[in-house]
Design a protein around this ligand. Structure first.
Ligand code: BGC
Length: 747
């Protein structure tokens, strides 16, 4: 069976013409990536009558077993009826290693290695939906090779604060970019007969107090910022499962929130899949089931004590809930099983794992994710033929991130570090002088209780070791150039706690300043998943690169960018603030709350705040340089006159590669509506397209924008409304570098 996606795309002409000789115009075709390109397949109803008949033969105990974890990552099967267990695994970075059946201890197997894929922030920095599909499809194949039914991925909560412990794992601060990446990702996973479990639904934007905090968001911000990715996951990608979050929303825990589960998710959006709780996020039996939860997972108490285990059985016997209600949930789970072909006897995708093809997928994502922040003296790309030595400094040159911190990682046979990447890619004529420079050190941490879902943070030790500094300075002085690998890692940025500030830990800031003072030919490479305070580094360095927890091939991809084998094309998926207090959740003093957190910034999340309030960021959303330069001009529409609600606007621009190497640019379209009857952010991303343009050539890029994307959520009417009037579309290559503009009348 052809397991790849059939792209039902709108094809637009990409006219590539030589700037110098217009007669040599040649016409090529690219596909404009609209959401329609990635439609998932719905839950199958082919076996519904068979399912009803099976349910009629089940005992209450058997049904209850299907509704809750009976091991760390499975629910019960019913052998006598041929119903298998539902097998799950974490998957944000790739398929997690097997853990023990009844505890969090690693199972200690030797056949549970997997490809380590770039973390979410790395994927989103590619701004490339096709790579999101590649990622999903690749991890879907690995999930099947490990015999999983549900992969607990993607993690797609909006990045509200730069301090978020899971910022590295999530995608972005922008709802449009979020859904444009999440949808192909989910479709890619599910094309392999495995369910994506989209998490964490919803409003789970902080780790602090995540197990009880009550999140308050006004309805417009909820609909326009926090929910679009989930809505698209359901309506477009047809996600087969969704994970209920730990926290409360408007007073109710998300795993027993009738409004969010029954009314919005299953009612309004028509979700036909299965709602799975986050691990130990359930608090009641009858109420959670009645409110729309389907499966309770978790730890650490005995599995028969789960709310949907013995207590549920008792509740049925006591007449507090009907067996018909239980049947409804069991039916959904069985429909999922037949859709995934774990029942029904149809041939199922077998999958593959740790293949060179998958390492290549990880490489492709990593190589498009690296963001060039600064290159004032053209130190980059490194001209290897012109140097004989390079100092490589920093613990992050050798740090591995596949495992580490709280939560799921990947046990992998391959994680190429930045140092190894350089060793692999530099010619032998260049000597590498490595010095550690700083070390990752922590003060002893208070022991957490087993099963805690939030954690105390360990204090970092920020004093530098003078001998290590001396060695590093020596290496820097005695080398033609220096590369410092700094930033953080997955022990420092981790699930279950948020950071306290944006400071670079372990004394790195001071070290970098010393190195820049002795060798101005220094490139600083930050490896991190979330913003840090790099004001001084930005000011004092002339070459600054941002990379991520970037998967099995991260080091090779990074070396290829540094050496110019790959022209950087990554763009920041979030705003890098100058100061933490400039960020909206902090400027409004509404993070992290205590029992309750009220999102006081409302709609103005991320760049929407910075742009509306005229706050200068350190680096803006969508920013990233290239080794070439691009011009974007000639914005035009596909027709004259106004557009109506059901139309699609085709906006074309010419993208000219004005530099001396081939490269990819992300054309970004932001919409502004000046006169509006409702509050609006200064601008909002409404389209983007990554395009490859050869040096000296021009590409015409057409962005398809359904008018409906311009709608706001009318709280009174409870629906999306497209306001008529004039919209300005500004098109550029960062949210703060606009090159062309066109105004669009909507009637
Ligand atoms: C995390 C989930 C994860 C689950 C199972 C929870 O702590 O929030 O993202 O899937 O654990 O490991």
């Amino acid at each position: 069976m052809n397991n790849k996606l059939t792209i039902l795309s709108v094809a637009a002409a990409l006219i590539i013409s030589s700037c110098n000789d217009s007669k040599q115009t040649k016409t090529d075709t690219v596909q404009v990536t609209t959401s329609e390109n990635y439609m998932g397949k719905s839950i199958s109803h082919k076996y519904d009558s068979m399912i009803d008949s099976l349910i009629s033969q089940m005992t209450l105990e058997e049904k209850s077993g299907m509704l809750h974890g009976t091991s760390m990552f499975t629910t019960a099967g019913i052998e006598r009826l041929g119903v298998p267990e539902l097998k799950m695994a974490d998957g944000s970075l790739g398929v997690r290693e097997e853990i023990s059946r009844y505890s969090w201890a690693p199972a200690g197997l030797d056949n549970d290695f997997a490809t380590y894929y770039p973390a979410g922030a790395g994927l989103s920095a590619t701004w490339n939906p096709q790579l999101a599909y590649t990622f999903g499809n690749s991890v879907g194949e690995e999930s099947r090779a490990r015999d999983k039914d549900v992969i607990l991925s993607p993690a797609i909560n909006i990045i509200r604060t730069p301090l978020g412990g899971r910022t590295y794992e999530y995608l972005t601060e922008d709802p449009f970019l979020n859904k444009k990446l999440a949808v192909p990702f989910i479709v890619g996973i599910q094309n392999n007969d495995v369910a994506a479990c989209v998490k964490h639904y919803a409003a789970n934007n902080q780790e602090t107090n995540r197990d009880f905090v009550d999140v308050q968001i006004d309805e417009r911000a909820l609909r326009e910022i926090y929910l679009p990715v989930f809505e698209a996951a359901v309506k477009e990608a047809k996600a087969y499962s969704i994970m209920g979050a730990y926290n409360k929303f408007r007073g109710e825990y998300l795993c027993e929130n009738n409004h969010m589960l029954n009314e919005v998710l299953k009612g309004e959006w028509g979700f036909e899949g299965v709602v799975i709780s986050d691990w130990a996020a359930v608090h009641t039996s009858v109420n959670s089931l009645n409110s729309g939860l389907d499966i309770e997972m978790g730890t650490p108490k005995p599995f028969n004590e789960f709310f949907l285990a013995d207590p549920l059985i008792d509740s049925v016997k006591a007449g507090k809930i009907s067996e018909a209600e239980i049947d409804k949930h069991v039916k959904r789970i069985m429909q999922l099983m037949y859709t995934l072909k774990s029942m029904g006897g149809e041939a199922r995708v077998k999958g593959s794992i740790n293949t060179e093809a998958h390492f290549k997928d990880a490489y492709d994502i990593a190589s498009e994710s690296v963001v060039l922040l600064k290159n004032d003296k053209n130190l980059l790309p490194i001209k290897a033929s012109e140097i004989t030595s390079v100092a490589v400094i920093g613990a992050n040159a050798t740090k591995k991130n596949a495992l580490g911190g709280f939560g799921a990682g990947v046990k992998t046979k391959r994680e190429v570090t930045p140092l190894e990447g350089l060793q692999n890619r530099l010619p032998e004529s260049v000597k590498i002088n490595y010095a550690e420079g700083y070390q990752e050190r922590y003060a002893p941490k208070k022991e957490s209780k087993f099963g805690d879902v939030t954690q105390e943070r360990a204090e970092t030790i920020d004093e530098l070791d003078s001998k290590l500094v001396e060695d590093a300075l020596m290496a820097a002085k005695n080398s033609d150039m220096t590369i410092v690998f700094a930033g953080s890692n997955r022990d420092y940025e981790t699930e279950a706690s948020d950071r306290e500030d944006l400071e670079l830990p372990f004394g790195q800031g001071a070290l970098i300043e010393k190195i820049l003072a002795v060798n101005p030919n220094t490139i600083v490479v930050m490896i991190a998943g979330a913003p840090f305070d790099i004001n001084t580094i930005k000011e004092k360095s002339s070459a600054l690169v941002w990379s991520w927890f970037n998967g099995s091939e991260g080091g090779n991809a990074l070396a290829d960018v540094l050496l110019g084998n790959v022209n950087p094309s990554g763009k920041l998926p979030w705003t890098m603030p100058k100061n933490l207090m400039d960020s909206p959740a902090h400027a409004t003093n509404s993070f992290p709350g205590d029992q309750t957190v009220s999102y006081a910034e409302g709609l103005l999340v991320g760049y929407r705040w910075f742009d509306t309030k005229n706050v200068e960021p350190l680096y803006p959303f969508g920013y990233g340089l290239s080794y070439t330069t691009f011009d974007i001009k000639n914005a035009r529409l596909d027709k004259e006159g106004s557009y109506s609600e059901n139309e699609t606007i085709y906006v074309s621009v010419d993208v000219i590669n004005t530099g001396s190497v081939d490269g990819k640019e992300v054309v970004q379209l932001y919409s502004t509506k000046k006169e509006s009857k409702v509050e609006r952010a200064a601008q909002e991303l409404k389209g983007f397209e990554k395009v490859f343009v050869k040096k000296g050539q021009t590409a015409t890029v057409t962005i398809a924008l359904p008018v409906k994307e311009l709608a706001y959520y009318d709280v009174g009417l409870k629906k999306w409304v497209v306001e008529s009037g004039t919209y300005n579309f500004r098109i550029g290559n960062s949210s703060r570098d606009m090159k062309a503009e066109v105004s669009v009348p909507i009637n």
